[in-house]
Design a protein around this ligand. Sequence first.
Ligand code: ATP
Ligand code: MG
Length: 563
Amino acid sequence: MSESIETRLNFIEQIVEHDLSEGKNGGRVATRFPPEPNGYLHIGHAKSICLNYGLAKKYGGQFVMRFDDTNPSKEETEYVESIIEDVKWLTGDNLTGRIRYASDYFEQMYTWAEELIKKGKAYICNQSLDEMRDNRGTPTVPMKPSEGREFSPEKNLDLFRRMRNGEFNEGELTLRAKIDLASPNFNLRDPVMYRIIKADHHRTGNKWCIYPMYDWAHGLEDSIEQITHSICTLEFEHHRPLYDWFLDNLDGIWRPRQYEFARLNLTYTVMSKRKLLELVKGGLVSGWSDPRMPTICGFRRRGYTPEAIRAFCREIGVAKMNSTIDVVKLENAIRDDLNKRALRRMGVLRPVKLLIENYPDGQTEQIEAINNPENDADGTRLIPFSRTLYVERDDFMEDPPKKYFRLSVGREVRLRYAYYVTCTGFDKDANGNITQIRCTYDPATRGGTSADGRKVQGTIHWVDRNCAVNAEIRLYDRLFTKENPDDPQDPTDYKAYINQNGLEIIQNAKLEPSLADATPDQRFQFERIGYFCLDATDTKPKQPVFNRTASLRDTWAKIEKKG
Ligand code: ATP
Ligand code: MG
């Protein structure tokens, strides 16, 4: 990443630095991440977390993780727990003392609602939400007034208290702000502040039967927490006048400011919680943590690191223009990170037997291999080598083209770290399938170099047949075949574009023995194949399952050239 990207301030940092230089907010910076616990977090949320958490960290401020749990009908404790886990993982912060719930503020919000009623700035309305929609007018025709608009504050207060006491049914009454029925901004046409919902809330149980609307609640939450910069996505820009109106009409409260930035969109995926829930409920993926999902837990299970996701968020930056980011940028971020940290290992995905005819039967030797050429501290390991190995079926051709540098009869290749071998022949079964490839090795090439300076052009990986670990390998591809599966212009349902080849499962792959002790926190590069990690969910004792995190870029081409 170039230095200019690292050091150039984004527009929100510019605002924060400007505010600090003017001594605003008492020189304080306080941000929040305010998810509604109605689904798992996705990579779009990661952008918001990195931005809010990053600002607090950079400017020595406070960050709170706030659940915007104001709608009891869609929210669940499962989501709360997953969100906490994901934010901790992504930030590397255990969030001690910094988790808040909007539902803890219900009483205070209620008190403020009474304040507006007493000031004649809020009233009880008996129109249903459908009626309100029908009555809302056009840009030039004002909204039809509700009779409650003319009620006295006393009458409204009485009705509001009875609403709270459960004397009315869902849909019967709402509390609305008295702002401007003719405003060109429809958000200001007397928006609803409270509606009746008779459902149990995950934290407050049945204590409440009136629940605040997002626009009313959000600024109050920010005010209670003394947030300085309340950052949300662009679709809330037209809600800002309402955010300001509520705060400006209450007395003696902390005054936060709202700023909007462009949400993250990524190619080949969908990012709305509603759609992700649909994929989960419809069984189109194995769950929220399916490694094809754009969820934070999906990326974690797939082997992504928080460092890579944070680097991605830094790279894409923060702006005010909506755009769609190529998923390749995210894939490259994880490759860059794993290239530095992954332990190199050998694993054969589609094995065929390689018999070394001149290698003594019953003998095994230990071959030294480098764990990570990017990090000397990772050291070396010993890998067993004997007369029969596994190699990739694809690394042998019966009738090779001229430029094929791997195994074919008469050609010499290097077995990575071990010896040069020359292919002498192969055997087939009755169906014409190759059952074994035969070769001879040159004992003078131990370590993979020849004393006489003889070069080979191909280097292939291998695993000793006697010591191989059997494993299931899951190769993931993009979740959708279309770059923009939920294009609003496209009448076809986005689910029609699910990639039917998004998951390929390989049973009985053969891995080098050290991988028997792999743990889910480790990251591996299977040489020439890609980056992998152990699947923590489906791995069973002696039955490891590995997920491919990312394919390799073209690193192997370099190794072949060096040979
Ligand atoms: P969705 O549209 O997926 O349902 P949401 O906006 O309803 O998401 P919230 O739980 O309300 O989800 O979001 C919490 C925070 O994350 C909000 O501040 C929101 O603006 C931000 N956020 C949500 N999606 C994105 C995104 N794609 N890019 C950046 N920020 C996002
Ligand atoms: Mg939302």
